[in-house]
Design a protein around this ligand. Structure first.
Ligand SMILES: Nc1ncnc2c1ncn2[C@@H]1O[C@H](COP(=O)(O)OP(=O)(O)O)[C@@H](O)[C@H]1O
Ligand SMILES: [Mg+2]
Length: 471
C-alpha cells in the first residue's frame, strides 16, 4: 500500500492522566535507541537500514467534548484520525457511549476501541445504542500492552483498507459513469446513422425503381408511338374516304327511284333495311369521333411516358420566373378549381431560375390538379407557397391541400407510373411519376408530407442554377 495512504493517527480520550502516559509508552516507544541499533546492525551486516513501520501519532483528550473538538479539527484539516481509544467512565462530562455516538456523527469512518474496567451499562445495551458494531472493539482493563499495540496496528490498517476500497469504488463508479455516457452517446449517434441510412436506402430504391421503369416506359412508348402514328394517319385518310363513299351512296339513293325495275328497287330497299343503312350513316361518324378521341388519349399517354423517361429534352434551358409560371398555370386549371377550393397564395421573393419552364409548369399543374381532386364534396383550401432556401442556392414551392390525405400503404407507390387510386378515366397515374422525372432532371427534389383526413403537402426544391447542365 502506498505509504501516503497510511493513516496512523490515534486519539485517546480518557480522564485519567496516567493512562495517557501508559499509551504513549506502548505506542510511541523511544525510537532513537532503536534507530541507533539499526545503524549499528547496518554497519555490521552491510545491510540497508531496516525501514521501520510507519510510526503512530498519538493525540490526547481528557473529556468527550474535547475529543469531539479534536476530531472536528482533524477533519477540517483533512487529517482524520484512524482510531480512537475511548474510556467508558468519565464522570465529569459525556460518558464513553455518548462520546462515541457524537464522534461517529462527525466521522463515521473512525475505528473505536472502548476501554473499561466496569460499565454503567451491560455490553448488550452499549451495542444496542451504538449502531456501529463493525467499527467497535472492547478492551477490558487492566489491559496488556501487546493488546493495545495490536489493536492500534490492526485497526489503523483496517481504516486504511476501508478508505482504499472506498477510493477504488468511487474511481470505478466514475469510470462506469463515464463509460455509460460514452456508450449512450455512441448509441445515439448510431441510431441517427441507422435512420439516415434507411432513408437513403429507400430514396435510392425509389430512384432505381423509377429509373428502370423509365427505361421500360421509354421502350414501350417508342414501340407504341410508331403504330399510333400510322393508325392516326390512316384514320384521317379513312375519314376522308368514308365521306367520299357516303357522297356516292347518297347519289345512288337519289337515282334509285328512277331506276326502271321495281324488282331491283325492292331488293335494294330490303338490303338497306337489313344492314340498317340509316343507322350506320349516323353511327359510323360517331364511332370514328370516339376512336379519334381514344387515339388522342393514347398519344398523350405516350407523350407523358416519353417525358417521364426524359427521352425528349430538345428544349433549351431558360431563366424563368417560377411565380409567373405558377400563375399562368393556375389560370389554365382555374375552371377545375373554381368549385372545389379557395386558392391561397403565400409567395416569397423569388429570383429567376434556370430551368425548362414548360416542364416545371407541368409539375405544378399535376400537383394542383391532384390537390383539387383530393378535396371531397366540401369546399377546401389549396395553399401555394414559394421561397428561397437559407443557403440561397435553391428555391422551393409547396402545394398544400385540405384533402383526403394519403395512407401509409399508398404513400410509397404514389410516384410509380400508372399508380392511381382514381376511377378509370379520371386518373392515369402518370402525373406524379412524370413530375418526379422532371424534378430529377432539374437536379431538384420532390417530397410529400401527408396526414389522412387532414391533407397533403407536396414540396418541390429546385436549384437556381443548373450547375451540371448549364453553360
Ligand atoms: N394531393 C393529394 N392528396 C391525396 N392523394 C394524392 C395527392 N396527390 C396524389 N395523390 C395520390 O397519388 C396517386 C398518384 O397521383 P398521380 O401520379 O398524379 O396520378 P393520378 O392523379 O392520375 O391518379 C393518386 O391516385 C392519389 O392516390
Ligand atoms: Mg394526378
Amino acid at each position: 500500500m502506498n505509504s501516503s495512504l497510511k493513516n496512523r493517527r490515534i486519539l485517546l480520550i480518557d480522564d485519567t492522566p496516567s493512562i495517557h502516559q501508559d499509551f504513549r509508552k506502548i505506542l510511541l516507544p523511544d525510537t532513537s535507541a532503536e534507530s541507533d541499533l539499526d545503524a549499528v546492525e547496518a554497519v555490521l551486516f552491510d545491510a540497508k537500514v531496516k525501514a521501520s513501520a510507519t510510526p503512530f501519532e498519538l493525540d490526547s483528550a481528557y473529556q468527550g467534548q474535547e475529543g469531539l473538538a479534536k476530531v472536528c479539527e482533524s477533519l477540517k484539516a483533512n487529517r482524520p484520525y484512524a482510531l480512537a481509544f475511548v474510556d467508558m467512565r468519565m464522570p465529569q462530562g459525556w460518558d464513553g457511549v455518548e462520546t462515541i455516538e457524537r464522534l461517529w456523527q462527525e466521522d463515521p469512518l473512525l475505528q473505536i476501541v472502548v476501554c473499561t474496567a466496569y460499565s454503567d451499562y451491560s455490553w448488550e445495551e452499549v451495542l444496542e445504542r451504538l449502531d456501529g458494531r463493525d467499527r467497535l472493539l472492547i478492551l477490558k482493563k487492566p489491559f496488556d500492552n501487546i493488546e493495545v499495540c495490536q489493536l492500534a496496528n490492526t485497526l489503523t490498517a483496517k481504516w486504511d483498507m476501508t478508505r482504499l476500497a472506498a477510493l477504488q469504488m468511487s474511481e470505478l463508479e466514475q469510470e462506469v459513469q463515464q463509460r455509460t455516457v460514452e456508450i449512450r452517446r455512441t448509441s445515439a449517434a448510431l441510431q441517427v446513422e441507422v435512420v439516415e441510412r434507411k432513408q437513403l436506402e429507400s430514396q435510392l430504391l425509389q430512384a432505381e425503381k423509377l429509373a428502370s421503369i423509365g427505361q421500360l416506359a421509354a421502350g414501350v412508348a417508342h414501340e407504341i408511338n410508331n403504330p399510333i402514328g400510322f393508325v392516326s394517319t390512316n384514320f384521317g385518310v379513312l375519314e376522308g374516304n368514308f365521306a367520299k363513299l357516303l357522297e356516292v351512296l347518297l347519289a345512288y339513293e337519289d337515282v334509285e327511284q328512277s331506276m326502271g325495275s321495281a324488282d331491283v328497287v325492292a331488293k335494294l330497299k330490303s338490303l338497306r333495311e337489313r344492314v340498317e343503312l340509316d343507322y350506320l350513316k349516323a353511327d359510323i361518324p360517331l364511332l370514328m369521333r370516339e376512336s379519334k378521341e381514344g387515339l388522342t388519349r393514347v398519344r398523350q399517354i405516350v407523350q407523358d411516358l416519353r417525358d417521364f423517361s426524359r427521352v425528349d429534352s430538345a428544349q433549351e434551358l431558360q431563366w424563368a420566373n417560377l411565380q409567373q409560371g405558377i400563375d399562368s398555370t393556375l389560370n389554365i386549371v382555374a375552371s377545375e378549381l373554381k368549385y372545389k377550393a379557395d386558392v391561397i397564395k403565400e409567395y416569397g421573393e423569388l429570383p429567376d431560375i434556370e430551368c425548362w419552364p414548360s416542364q416545371i409548369n407541368q409539375v405544378f399543374m399535376n400537383l394542383v390538379v391532384n390537390a383539387a381532386q383530393a378535396i371531397g364534396p366540401e369546399r377546401g383550401k389549396i395553399i401555394i407557397r414559394t421561397g428561397v432556401d437559407d443557403d440561397g442556392e435553391n428555391v422551393w414551392m409547396e402545394v398544400a391541400d385540405t384533402g383526403s390525405g394519403i395512407s401509409a400503404e399508398t404513400l410509397p407507390c404514389i410516384f410509380d407510373p400508372f399508380f392511381t387510386t382514381k376511377p378509370v378515366g379520371k386518373g392515369t397515374g402518370l402525373g406524379l411519376s412524370l413530375s418526379y422525372g422532371i424534378v430529377q432532371k432539374h437536379g431538384g427534389n420532390i417530397s410529400v408530407h401527408s396526414e389522412v383526413g387532414v391533407g397533403s403537402t407536396f414540396r418541390v426544391d429546385l436549384p437556381i442554377r443548373q450547375v451540371a447542365l448549364g453553360e
